[in-house]
Ligand binder design. Structure first.
Ligand code: LIP
Length: 258
């Protein structure tokens, strides 16, 4: 398994796919938008960027499997690319900057690579298992903040999970002095925790293309994550809970996923 070659290819492909997505972003008013579900949109940009990534991966690594948000694919984790052409589609379609092109790679059941390109912010995040986490080639790390009164935490919610537990956790954390943000892009929330801009992030249920790559980025930046692959997470989706070391237990308890 040549991870050097896969990392180099993923960076090149993320740059090319990011440029295509950014071009669509500049003329997003012309895009045909379809509704996949309640508050769940897809456009020609998502489909064409995914098709480009799939083409490039298949040209270089025909033996690898590919799982993507828009076109699906096998969830065979022996050598699997997990891709989201535009994570944060609603932000993208509304002209907000937090969205990214995500490529993750798993081998023998383990997350090995994360490459995420956020074109509007001009940020390229890269992590490899055991090699650290980087943004635009500079090493990144999670924050050292240890008190809730100094913490800013990202929340995510979607229409597939109940809002009750989310509101309860939000109220409890706000009561105890924490602040919160909703970036509306899982990958960008994970990148914000990995770079120490936010202390933690929780979303009750996320698909693997939203979760797997960015969770590796957080671990490689020194943060702590739950076991996304537990209970058949790769196939069924799972909770995402990540934080810096100091606040993980406190935040996980507030979200009742300790
Ligand atoms: C979205 C996430 C967002 C989450 C939504 C959705 P998409 O991904 O990144 O944070 O709340 O459920 O999955 O659909 O924009 O790629």
């Amino acid at each position: 398994m040549d991870l050097d070659a896969r990392q180099a290819a993923a960076v090149e492909i993320a740059e090319e796919a990011g440029a295509l997505a950014h071009d669509y972003f500049g003329r997003r008013g012309e895009l045909k938008v379809e509704q996949k579900g309640l508050q769940d949109l897809v456009s020609q940009a998502d489909r064409e960027v995914e098709a480009l990534i799939r083409r490039r991966l298949t040209e270089r690594f025909p033996e690898d499997a590919v799982l993507g948000e828009e076109a699906g694919g096998a969830r065979d984790d022996r050598a699997l690319w997990i891709i989201d052409p535009i994570d944060g589609t609603t932000n993208f379609l509304r002209g907000l900057p937090h969205w990214s092109v995500v490529l993750g790679f798993m081998a023998a059941g383990k997350a090995e690579l994360c490459v995420m390109k956020a074109p509007v912010l001009a940020e390229l995040y890269v992590a490899r298992h055991g090699h650290g986490a980087f943004c635009n080639s500079a090493r990144i790390s999670v924050s050292q903040v240890a008190k809730l009164e100094e913490a800013v935490v990202a929340f995510g919610s979607n229409k597939k999970t109940p809002h009750g537990p989310y509101l309860k956790a939000l109220e409890s954390l706000l009561d105890r002095g924490a602040e919160y943000r909703r970036l509306a892009s899982a990958s960008m929330s994970l990148a914000a925790v990995a770079s120490g801009k936010l202390e933690g992030y929780h979303e009750a249920k996320l698909a693997p293309w939203d979760a797997v790559a960015g969770m590796l980025l957080v671990r490689e930046a020194g943060g702590r994550t739950n076991d996304y692959f537990a209970n058949d997470g790769l196939k069924k989706g799972n909770t995402v809970m990540v934080a810096n070391q100091a606040l993980y237990e406190t935040l996980a308890a507030a979200f009742e996923c300790a």
